[in-house]
Design a protein around this ligand. Structure first.
Ligand SMILES: [Zn+2]
Length: 255
Protein backbone atom coordinates (compact mmCIF):
# COMPACT_ATOMS: atom_id res chain seq x y z
CA UNK A 1 0.00 0.00 0.00
CA UNK A 2 2.75 2.46 0.94
CA UNK A 3 4.36 1.89 -2.47
CA UNK A 4 1.11 2.95 -4.16
CA UNK A 5 0.88 6.06 -1.97
CA UNK A 6 4.52 7.01 -2.60
CA UNK A 7 4.05 6.28 -6.31
CA UNK A 8 0.94 8.50 -6.45
CA UNK A 9 2.79 11.32 -4.68
CA UNK A 10 5.74 11.01 -7.06
CA UNK A 11 3.48 10.95 -10.16
CA UNK A 12 1.70 14.07 -8.85
CA UNK A 13 5.07 15.73 -8.27
CA UNK A 14 6.21 14.81 -11.78
CA UNK A 15 3.07 16.34 -13.29
CA UNK A 16 3.59 19.47 -11.18
CA UNK A 17 7.22 19.55 -12.21
CA UNK A 18 6.15 19.28 -15.85
CA UNK A 19 3.61 22.07 -15.49
CA UNK A 20 5.49 24.37 -13.12
CA UNK A 21 9.16 23.69 -13.70
CA UNK A 22 8.96 23.70 -17.51
CA UNK A 23 7.97 27.37 -17.65
CA UNK A 24 10.40 28.13 -14.82
CA UNK A 25 13.18 26.54 -16.86
CA UNK A 26 12.24 28.80 -19.74
CA UNK A 27 10.82 26.20 -22.12
CA UNK A 28 8.47 27.14 -24.90
CA UNK A 29 5.27 25.19 -24.09
CA UNK A 30 3.97 22.34 -26.21
CA UNK A 31 1.18 23.29 -28.60
CA UNK A 32 -1.93 21.08 -28.69
CA UNK A 33 -0.93 19.93 -32.17
CA UNK A 34 1.71 20.77 -34.77
CA UNK A 35 2.14 19.51 -38.33
CA UNK A 36 5.82 19.44 -39.28
CA UNK A 37 7.24 17.97 -42.48
CA UNK A 38 5.02 14.86 -42.62
CA UNK A 39 4.92 14.39 -38.84
CA UNK A 40 1.93 15.29 -36.70
CA UNK A 41 3.03 16.14 -33.19
CA UNK A 42 0.34 15.90 -30.54
CA UNK A 43 0.30 16.95 -26.92
CA UNK A 44 -0.60 14.18 -24.48
CA UNK A 45 -0.79 15.91 -21.11
CA UNK A 46 2.78 16.89 -20.16
CA UNK A 47 4.46 15.20 -23.12
CA UNK A 48 4.11 14.82 -26.88
CA UNK A 49 3.98 11.90 -29.27
CA UNK A 50 4.11 12.03 -33.05
CA UNK A 51 2.21 10.22 -35.79
CA UNK A 52 4.15 9.79 -39.02
CA UNK A 53 1.98 8.50 -41.89
CA UNK A 54 3.88 6.03 -44.07
CA UNK A 55 1.25 5.14 -46.66
CA UNK A 56 -2.34 3.95 -46.89
CA UNK A 57 -3.16 2.24 -43.59
CA UNK A 58 0.40 2.43 -42.33
CA UNK A 59 1.88 4.78 -39.77
CA UNK A 60 4.68 5.05 -37.25
CA UNK A 61 4.57 6.57 -33.78
CA UNK A 62 7.48 8.35 -32.22
CA UNK A 63 6.95 7.71 -28.51
CA UNK A 64 3.59 6.68 -27.11
CA UNK A 65 2.60 9.32 -24.60
CA UNK A 66 1.67 9.59 -20.96
CA UNK A 67 -1.89 8.28 -21.13
CA UNK A 68 -2.31 4.52 -20.78
CA UNK A 69 -5.57 4.83 -22.73
CA UNK A 70 -3.77 6.56 -25.60
CA UNK A 71 -6.74 8.88 -26.20
CA UNK A 72 -4.83 11.76 -27.80
CA UNK A 73 -2.93 9.39 -30.11
CA UNK A 74 -6.09 7.51 -31.12
CA UNK A 75 -7.87 10.81 -31.81
CA UNK A 76 -5.02 11.94 -34.06
CA UNK A 77 -5.03 8.59 -35.90
CA UNK A 78 -8.79 8.91 -36.44
CA UNK A 79 -8.33 12.48 -37.67
CA UNK A 80 -6.01 11.07 -40.32
CA UNK A 81 -8.37 8.23 -41.24
CA UNK A 82 -6.12 5.68 -39.53
CA UNK A 83 -6.91 3.01 -36.95
CA UNK A 84 -4.76 1.67 -34.10
CA UNK A 85 -4.14 -1.41 -36.27
CA UNK A 86 -2.48 0.83 -38.87
CA UNK A 87 0.35 1.65 -36.44
CA UNK A 88 3.08 -0.69 -37.71
CA UNK A 89 6.08 0.81 -35.92
CA UNK A 90 6.74 2.59 -32.61
CA UNK A 91 10.14 4.22 -32.17
CA UNK A 92 10.90 5.09 -28.55
CA UNK A 93 13.32 7.92 -27.84
CA UNK A 94 13.69 6.43 -24.35
CA UNK A 95 11.83 4.35 -21.81
CA UNK A 96 10.52 6.82 -19.23
CA UNK A 97 6.95 5.98 -18.35
CA UNK A 98 5.54 9.20 -19.80
CA UNK A 99 6.81 8.17 -23.25
CA UNK A 100 5.70 4.52 -23.37
CA UNK A 101 2.31 4.49 -21.63
CA UNK A 102 0.15 3.66 -24.67
CA UNK A 103 2.48 1.21 -26.44
CA UNK A 104 0.25 -1.68 -25.30
CA UNK A 105 -2.64 -0.16 -27.27
CA UNK A 106 -0.87 -1.01 -30.54
CA UNK A 107 -0.13 -4.74 -30.26
CA UNK A 108 0.52 -5.09 -33.99
CA UNK A 109 3.38 -2.59 -33.99
CA UNK A 110 7.06 -3.38 -34.09
CA UNK A 111 8.49 -1.56 -31.04
CA UNK A 112 12.03 -0.21 -31.32
CA UNK A 113 14.52 1.49 -29.02
CA UNK A 114 18.26 1.44 -28.48
CA UNK A 115 19.58 -1.77 -26.96
CA UNK A 116 21.05 0.26 -24.08
CA UNK A 117 17.51 1.29 -23.10
CA UNK A 118 15.93 -2.18 -22.88
CA UNK A 119 15.78 -2.33 -19.07
CA UNK A 120 14.21 1.13 -18.79
CA UNK A 121 11.69 0.52 -21.59
CA UNK A 122 10.64 -2.85 -20.17
CA UNK A 123 10.35 -1.50 -16.62
CA UNK A 124 13.26 -3.25 -14.91
CA UNK A 125 15.16 -0.02 -14.26
CA UNK A 126 14.38 3.66 -13.83
CA UNK A 127 17.85 4.75 -14.79
CA UNK A 128 19.24 7.09 -12.19
CA UNK A 129 17.44 10.43 -12.49
CA UNK A 130 17.13 12.18 -9.08
CA UNK A 131 13.39 12.84 -9.64
CA UNK A 132 12.77 9.08 -9.89
CA UNK A 133 14.59 8.13 -6.71
CA UNK A 134 11.38 7.23 -4.85
CA UNK A 135 9.64 5.74 -7.85
CA UNK A 136 10.28 2.03 -8.20
CA UNK A 137 10.52 0.65 -11.75
CA UNK A 138 7.19 -0.58 -13.03
CA UNK A 139 6.68 -2.61 -16.20
CA UNK A 140 4.16 -0.95 -18.53
CA UNK A 141 3.64 -4.06 -20.66
CA UNK A 142 6.19 -2.95 -23.24
CA UNK A 143 8.40 -5.52 -24.93
CA UNK A 144 10.89 -4.39 -27.52
CA UNK A 145 10.71 -6.28 -30.80
CA UNK A 146 13.69 -4.63 -32.48
CA UNK A 147 16.87 -3.43 -30.81
CA UNK A 148 18.50 -0.42 -32.43
CA UNK A 149 22.10 0.70 -32.38
CA UNK A 150 23.94 3.95 -32.83
CA UNK A 151 24.36 4.66 -36.55
CA UNK A 152 21.58 2.35 -37.76
CA UNK A 153 19.78 3.47 -40.89
CA UNK A 154 16.64 1.98 -42.40
CA UNK A 155 13.57 2.96 -44.37
CA UNK A 156 10.07 3.39 -42.98
CA UNK A 157 7.72 3.89 -45.91
CA UNK A 158 9.02 6.90 -47.85
CA UNK A 159 11.32 8.05 -45.03
CA UNK A 160 14.93 7.24 -44.26
CA UNK A 161 15.47 6.81 -40.51
CA UNK A 162 18.86 7.59 -38.97
CA UNK A 163 19.50 6.49 -35.39
CA UNK A 164 21.77 8.42 -33.01
CA UNK A 165 22.66 7.39 -29.46
CA UNK A 166 22.49 10.44 -27.17
CA UNK A 167 22.98 8.94 -23.67
CA UNK A 168 22.67 11.11 -20.59
CA UNK A 169 18.97 11.72 -20.02
CA UNK A 170 18.77 7.92 -19.82
CA UNK A 171 21.43 5.30 -20.67
CA UNK A 172 19.85 4.51 -24.03
CA UNK A 173 18.32 7.82 -25.08
CA UNK A 174 18.07 8.12 -28.84
CA UNK A 175 17.54 10.83 -31.42
CA UNK A 176 15.89 9.84 -34.68
CA UNK A 177 16.29 11.75 -37.91
CA UNK A 178 13.22 10.86 -39.96
CA UNK A 179 12.86 12.74 -43.20
CA UNK A 180 13.18 16.42 -42.34
CA UNK A 181 12.56 16.04 -38.60
CA UNK A 182 14.97 15.25 -35.78
CA UNK A 183 13.15 13.69 -32.81
CA UNK A 184 15.16 14.34 -29.66
CA UNK A 185 12.89 13.00 -26.90
CA UNK A 186 13.87 14.50 -23.55
CA UNK A 187 17.53 15.00 -24.41
CA UNK A 188 16.93 18.68 -25.22
CA UNK A 189 14.29 21.37 -25.06
CA UNK A 190 13.14 24.49 -26.86
CA UNK A 191 13.95 27.57 -24.79
CA UNK A 192 11.64 30.57 -24.83
CA UNK A 193 14.62 32.49 -26.20
CA UNK A 194 14.52 30.29 -29.31
CA UNK A 195 17.66 28.39 -28.32
CA UNK A 196 18.13 24.69 -27.73
CA UNK A 197 18.68 23.71 -24.09
CA UNK A 198 20.05 20.49 -22.58
CA UNK A 199 17.92 18.39 -20.25
CA UNK A 200 17.67 19.58 -16.60
CA UNK A 201 19.79 17.61 -14.12
CA UNK A 202 16.86 16.50 -11.99
CA UNK A 203 15.45 14.46 -14.90
CA UNK A 204 18.80 13.01 -16.03
CA UNK A 205 20.86 9.95 -15.28
CA UNK A 206 23.98 11.94 -16.19
CA UNK A 207 23.77 15.62 -17.13
CA UNK A 208 27.41 15.99 -18.22
CA UNK A 209 26.91 13.04 -20.58
CA UNK A 210 23.68 14.58 -21.88
CA UNK A 211 25.52 17.78 -22.83
CA UNK A 212 28.40 15.85 -24.37
CA UNK A 213 25.94 13.77 -26.42
CA UNK A 214 24.36 16.96 -27.81
CA UNK A 215 27.79 18.33 -28.71
CA UNK A 216 28.67 15.03 -30.42
CA UNK A 217 25.35 15.01 -32.26
CA UNK A 218 26.02 18.54 -33.51
CA UNK A 219 29.36 17.33 -34.90
CA UNK A 220 27.84 14.23 -36.49
CA UNK A 221 25.10 16.22 -38.18
CA UNK A 222 27.28 19.20 -39.13
CA UNK A 223 26.43 20.45 -42.60
CA UNK A 224 23.27 18.31 -42.72
CA UNK A 225 20.75 20.36 -44.65
CA UNK A 226 17.91 17.84 -44.66
CA UNK A 227 16.74 18.53 -41.10
CA UNK A 228 14.24 21.38 -40.89
CA UNK A 229 12.71 20.88 -37.42
CA UNK A 230 13.76 19.63 -34.00
CA UNK A 231 11.05 17.90 -31.96
CA UNK A 232 11.25 17.59 -28.16
CA UNK A 233 9.28 15.59 -25.60
CA UNK A 234 8.18 18.36 -23.28
CA UNK A 235 8.48 21.63 -25.17
CA UNK A 236 7.40 23.07 -28.48
CA UNK A 237 8.95 21.85 -31.73
CA UNK A 238 11.67 24.14 -33.07
CA UNK A 239 11.57 25.00 -36.74
CA UNK A 240 15.32 25.25 -37.05
CA UNK A 241 17.85 22.88 -38.50
CA UNK A 242 21.13 21.54 -37.20
CA UNK A 243 22.43 25.06 -36.62
CA UNK A 244 20.45 25.13 -33.35
CA UNK A 245 22.50 22.15 -32.15
CA UNK A 246 25.72 23.73 -33.38
CA UNK A 247 24.85 26.92 -31.48
CA UNK A 248 24.37 24.82 -28.31
CA UNK A 249 27.71 23.09 -28.93
CA UNK A 250 29.49 26.46 -29.19
CA UNK A 251 28.09 27.54 -25.80
CA UNK A 252 29.43 24.32 -24.26
CA UNK A 253 32.90 24.87 -25.69
CA UNK A 254 32.99 28.26 -23.98
CA UNK A 255 32.14 26.74 -20.56
ZN1 LIG B 1 12.43 11.30 -19.98
Amino acid sequence: MWLIIVGAIVVTLMVLVGIVVGPMLGWKPLPARAALNDANVIKDGIVCAAVVPLGPHEAALIDAGNDVEGKAISAELARQGLTPGDVKYILLTHGHRDHVAAVHKFPGAQVMALEAEVDVVEGRSNGGAPILIFMPPKPMGVKLSRLLHNGDEFDLGPHRVRVFAVPGHTPGSAAFAIGENLFMGDSANHGRDGRLKGAPWIFNDNTAQNKQSLVSLARRLAADTTIKALIFGHSAPMERGVEALEEFARTQERV
